[in-house]
Design a protein. Structure first.
Lengths: 146, 146, 146, 146, 146, 146, 146, 146, 146, 146, 146, 146
């Protein structure tokens, strides 16, 4: 089973960018945590990060076939990208939206989301552990627990 | 370590009320799942459900001392109860908000939340598994994993 | 056939509270009128009034089974209670909303209703006779006229 | 006693137009029901339907004298006609607004009403029986019950 | 010189409708006042009143040629008729909007006007004298004073 | 196959009214173009124009049977007529909305449309050629091309 | 009979400031026109202009006694001065608001008025003749015509 | 003379909850201060606190007779309880609203009040001294000063 | 200890302007009451009233040094003067806002305040006694009670 | 004559993505239809699709010279891309906006368009035939019909 | 060449008022910096500061003739003074708006500006150096650089 | 000292695109002016332009280390790019926002900025000289003037 794990703009700087807000763990370290979690299970993780909206859509279009889930932290695109929403809707990928910070506790304009209502669910505010939770749900839901 | 697990209005009818929206599992069954999860760990779970806003606040005031976390599914109170928000703020209980359904995909008025921005984070849309995710985070975060 | 007839906050003071706005008839007198109306018909009326949102939901949860209709004057809860809305939605009780006064002719904030769009219909502005109209509809619709 | 019963745009197609939404009964059949209801009572019913706002106002101006009540289903004019509101206000006709469907459960723009707050009351959502309810109130209120 | 003087819905009932708000003078009496005012001057007044938006537009289309001015009290159409606005814009008739009452002191929805910004100017609140003021301006502006 | 072609208020003055905005071609000339387009095809065009909302609804009610399409330029009624919307919805006529000018480039209040979302599609901004495009679509879609 | 005639900010520059918008006539010339109009009538005109909100209020407080009317062109204060509104309300001076330009055809923020609804009426858009109209109304209404 | 003194949700935790925001004095201590203030005066103080909206309404309904004033700190209910507003309106109790903190300096949603406009006046921001001020006004206004 | 007591526009007419709304007591009489209150205490009261926003700011700038408190009734400036807000913020004067009437029960536009959130607290609706309450708080808070 | 034909994000998946909403025809097939349409006419079609906003702007900047028209289906960028709007405005390319679906009948946020008001016109809702209509207009308007 | 340099309310307290926000330099010191900058150039600087809106307008009216530029820091008047906007528009003075602080990073109500769109440009956030930048532009633009 | 100078979408066409709005100077010429300005000073300027949001973020991430300032003209991204805002916030680069035109005098949607409040300051409306002003500030502020 293949799972796409996509990170949006600025997330490649995790650990460097505002560590007191986003934590000290780098994106690579989070990816490592996730790989460890699926070790020995029949689950392939495919990671992608880009600062460009169109590249993320390209990635989704190229890889959605044979993929069972999309886990995405759309970063700022959560609030601005209808194109990303359309891609998720069009490709019919079961999507789990994750955020490191609690976006409800930030600027007013972060309240509008183009992604949340076309996702299965949203996990927000638990730092890098948000990704783990999403992965656990995928494992659980696809019967790959054992 | 004590964890308060509070469910708001109408959640006592889980399994009965709109099963295709909220799932067929009853609140008691979810509680059972959660108890199983902490078996053998030094974690006490204290459950409470009420249809009355004031009773939930009473419960929090009586039990917040010696409690490490509040896991709450405020149901409809998410969108209407400033009193509940004030209780959470005032008692300084680290709070995790959970929802069975993806509230972002429902009526417009469910977009306003008085609880989310005073919580640590929010988990929404994963059915009864939302509670499990919250509990896992608590276990993990308090070093009760082993 | 059982019909639930629920009155929300402050309606227990009917006849006392602002009689020129709400009429001089007490809630008991209205109940008496309604009982008279169903005399000899196979219809049982179950009355309930409370100033507490949660108690109304408790009542609905306890009595919705075997009930054919809910007639409700939610009073101020019309405009503030999403929890009550969820109860009506969840219990799938065919609901008729009644109001003594014409709420369209009052404060702006009384224009938002959480109950009306999940009801069968709404009757507003005819004083205590609003209840009679609702009951007549129920009698008629359930073939209990004869 | 004369009662004006006015139907606004598209209501002449009742029974034909979207029967699952508006019912299968034609406007003529509803009128027949209403006539039956007042048989033997000292009440004259004067019916009028038009798709043109101005014609309805013309009708009201010509017939308001000697009329005791106006029962009106303004249809779409509910939400757009300030001219109709002004006519009702100006002629001081006690007005009862009726709707076949529950307008609260439809498009957002049907929430604004120019008629409701200048009416005695509003009955909405009971199909053709909404008219019967209104008539019963008129009969009752004018002491024509016997 | 021809001047069109148009009155919108309900204005035919002046003197009858709410005399304490609109005055006791009938529309005919106002017309008489206006005719007296232009006696001996080379000015022809063409009066029209209708409760139907389309009839007013028909009238304007038929008579705008050879007309120097339009004096209009659009009544409720002020706030709802974009069609009337388009007619005035399209026919390029210099237009003076008049109102008997001070519409700024009435309901909120009377604040939106589709006519005012395509008129030369607006006179509101002076009862029937609003019409006289408009006529005086026309006389003055077209050099017909002498 | 019958096609209804309806023009709303002020469109009878095409060629006269603001020619630099609406073009110099009269409505009759546009109709002539359209007739030429269907010559030799099994398509009957039925034209109607009115400045009165109710007359357009009357026309639609009288002619919708046996008609395959409605092509309509609702003019100002686009933005104000819920009654027209209801007629289109109720009669279930496949509708194509056309406009001479690009209404997106005009006043803010022209952005709200009661017709567009109940139409098959909208063509706006191509002058009289908007009508041709709509007709071509109808010809194409009904297999009358040959 | 004394009439106060007040002009708000920037109106002292009439004739100089944007003559194509406000006309070429100076404020002194307008005052001269007005004086001519009341010649031989028992009417005293008291003129005042200031760019300072507080000075206008001072003037009204000093002179409202024994004054029968206030004619005011509040200029920009129309849209910003609640203090001026309070003065007019408090002193109970019958007030006529005049404007040289048609404020309905200008910036959006000029649509809000704090003065119009506490005035008898409003005259807007007729250049300096707006003042004449207001004065004629005052003469007429106080029986000083002869 | 009886004075009702009601405190809304979370106020029972005064002195404990966020002392730097709400002060270190407990509700009991404030009550003691108030009792001291009326010692020797013919004034009976009746205190009540609840976290439940309905219980406060119950209390008001039971005690409003023979009471001269209501002093209330509605806490969060200020912004959400139309039912409480209706109780105050219906019982016609002269009401003084008090707040410990300056609610104008807090979250945006605390700006809407359902209580303030049906009160005599509002005192906000002076800590527990807000209650003293309210009591002094009551003493003064009822001639109980001596 | 010096206390500045500032009154905004129109307050110099107290007792004259709308006595049923603002009371019959003049500003001088209120000042007299306040002076009496501090007699024998080490408190100097410095009064100022102006209808001009800038003069109030000038006064504050000249006198804020050596002043312990500002008591201000900004009148209409409450809702319009950001300059006054900036002065209070800049001079860091602990400020108490008072109003004679209950501004929450008046026009919608009086709900916006530029002063309240930069004040210590607000007292509104108690007539001239609002000033006494504010002074009592100042006396109390600065330990000048004895 | 060169015509640029640009398709925005996700349109490369036409025929695959939600075929019941967007049709079963692929983008290549639509392009083939368009090429067929101009066969033998002096018109060169230059196609471009990208999921990246900036690449579309790059394409326009490189090719706008010598191009007579731009036909664009901006997809989701319609509602989010001011940069694209600026490109169209700056390059002064006569633009025709097309959409496969009727965007007026979709989510609320698709009502805001940054492209429509800087286009010649808009064609929306006719599936792939929307492109044909646009091309026909271009052919017609540039005299390439023969 | 004469340049008017105007400072609005509270700016006379620069260096004193909130130095960490507005800097420690006084207005006199900024003026000195500016004078130094134009030394030896044919440029006369005329400074003015007032806390009163009307005095600033008076100043502009008295001095705009023979002036080439207005540099203005309107302070709080930026957001409230339409009268100042009208003065700038009327006198046709090329205006440069400057601010010490970055007003975009402050309260929401500071986002509305009545001055910015009638200015040549705006410089905000650079402390006293904002004035220098504005002056440099004026020097540069009028060819006074040498 | 390194200074990043970034230009957003469409700015590469300066001099070509709408020269009467944006000036006739090309981006290369502006860059030349800036280089000239720092000649002989210890300042390195690094220029970048892109039409793609993600490429600008990539550039900032690659070059922010060792850079002292970012001067950016975000063009249309000012109003749409939260990702760019996040990059600036995250990299903590002191940022100066510049615009050629006065964006306050353009479309309503250009009033919202995601960049301005996270910048040091904003310079808008002075054509290419806006860049010079920003550079002068940087030179001045970093003590590189000599």
């Amino acid at each position: 089973m293949k799972v796409l794990i996509v990170n949006g703009p600025n997330l490649n700087l995790l650990g460097v960018r505002e560590p007191d807000k986003y934590g000290t763990r780098s994106l690579e370290e989070i990816e490592q945590e996730l790989r460890t979690r699926v070790k020995g299970k029949d689950i392939e993780l495919l990671f992608f990060q880009s600062n460009t909206e169109g590249e993320i859509i390209d990635f989704l279009q190229k890889n959605y076939k044979n993929s069972a889930y999309l886990m995405i932290n759309p970063g700022a695109f959560t609030h601005t990208s209808i194109a990303l929403r359309d891609a998720i809707l069009g490709l019919k990928l079961p999507t789990i939206e994750v955020h490191l910070t609690n976006i409800h506790a930030r600027e007013e304009f972060r309240k509008r989301s183009y992604i949340s209502d076309v996702s299965v669910g949203v996990i927000t505010g638990f730092g890098w552990y948000s990704y783990i939770m999403a992965l656990d749900y995928i494992i659980k839901n696809s019967g790959k627990e054992g």
